[in-house]
Design a protein around this ligand. Structure first.
Ligand code: 5GP
Ligand code: ZN
Length: 113
């Protein structure tokens, strides 16, 4: 738990969020500023700042499979969805605790973000 990290605070229930899924490795909750009818963030419990700091292939895979599971739970598997993980300034990362965006429920634009 990093005291100055927004997502660590959400994971430790110090800031409220609409949880959609959790297990021993990840927590998933609705984005506060949704860009689509479904906009869920899949966040590892471990504080990892950027993809550059991610070395655990099992965790990376688990985040993707969790997104698949939540897509199915929320009924967008067949209509489709997009997974995005931003890294640092040029990637548009604003919260420095890695997170996978799950976006769906509408036809998404051509730009990734
Ligand atoms: P990034 O730009 O780092 O890829 O994504 C950060 C995401 O976190 C943004 O989509 C933003 O709307 C979301 N976000 C920022 N602050 C909060 C918050 O306090 N609660 C929730 N649920 N999402 C947040
Ligand atoms: Zn954190």
């Amino acid at each position: 738990m990093r005291e100055d990290c927004l997502f660590c605070k959400i994971i430790h229930n110090k800031i409220p969020a609409k949880l959609v899924y959790e297990d021993d490795q990840v927590v998933a909750f609705n984005d506060i500023s949704p860009q689509a009818p479904v906009h869920v963030l899949i966040v590892p419990r471990e504080h990892i700042e950027t993809i550059n700091d991610l070395g655990d292939a099992n965790l990376a895979g688990h985040m993707v499979l969790t997104a698949k599971k939540i897509g199915s739970m929320l009924g967008i598997s067949q209509s489709g969805y997009r997974l995005i993980m931003n890294c640092n300034e040029d990637g548009g990362q604003t919260v420095f605790h890695i997170h996978l965006h799950l976006l769906g429920g509408k036809r998404l634009g051509e730009l990734l973000k």
